[in-house]
Design a protein around this ligand. Structure first.
Ligand SMILES: [Zn+2]
Length: 112
């Protein structure tokens, strides 16, 4: 997920609560910016590890996309690469993106 998982301290607003004396409540939230607004979701007990893993998955995906972009731009710069030698994407297989990415990286390695 494209979100940050952070610990938050807050006052609940209940008169006389311990948080009014400086001992604030704590929870863990997932937060993201969406269309200029901040979306915040409180993470229930026992789900923090999962949420942190999902946030990490997004960062990993971003680095993979950045790497793939760099590789594809390098391929576009190369002279005399025919369309037959480029990896072909089949329309009827949805899982082909992974294969396509792998083939692009392999082709790049062969060319280098
Ligand atoms: Zn309170």
């Amino acid at each position: 997920m494209r979100a940050s998982v952070v610990q938050r301290q807050f006052r609940c607003g209940t008169p006389g609560c311990r948080c009014t004396k400086g001992e604030r409540h704590q929870d863990v939230i997932a937060t993201r910016s969406l269309n200029g607004k901040t979306q915040t979701v409180r993470i229930r007990n026992g789900r923090e590890t999962m949420a942190r893993e999902w946030a990490e998955n997004w960062r990993t995906l971003q680095s993979i996309v950045a790497e793939l972009t760099a590789i594809e731009l390098e391929i576009l710069r190369l002279p005399k690469v025919t369309s037959q030698s480029l990896p072909q994407k089949k329309d009827n297989e949805k899982a082909d993106l992974f294969v396509y990415i792998t083939n692009s990286i392999c082709l790049c390695l062969v060319i280098i």
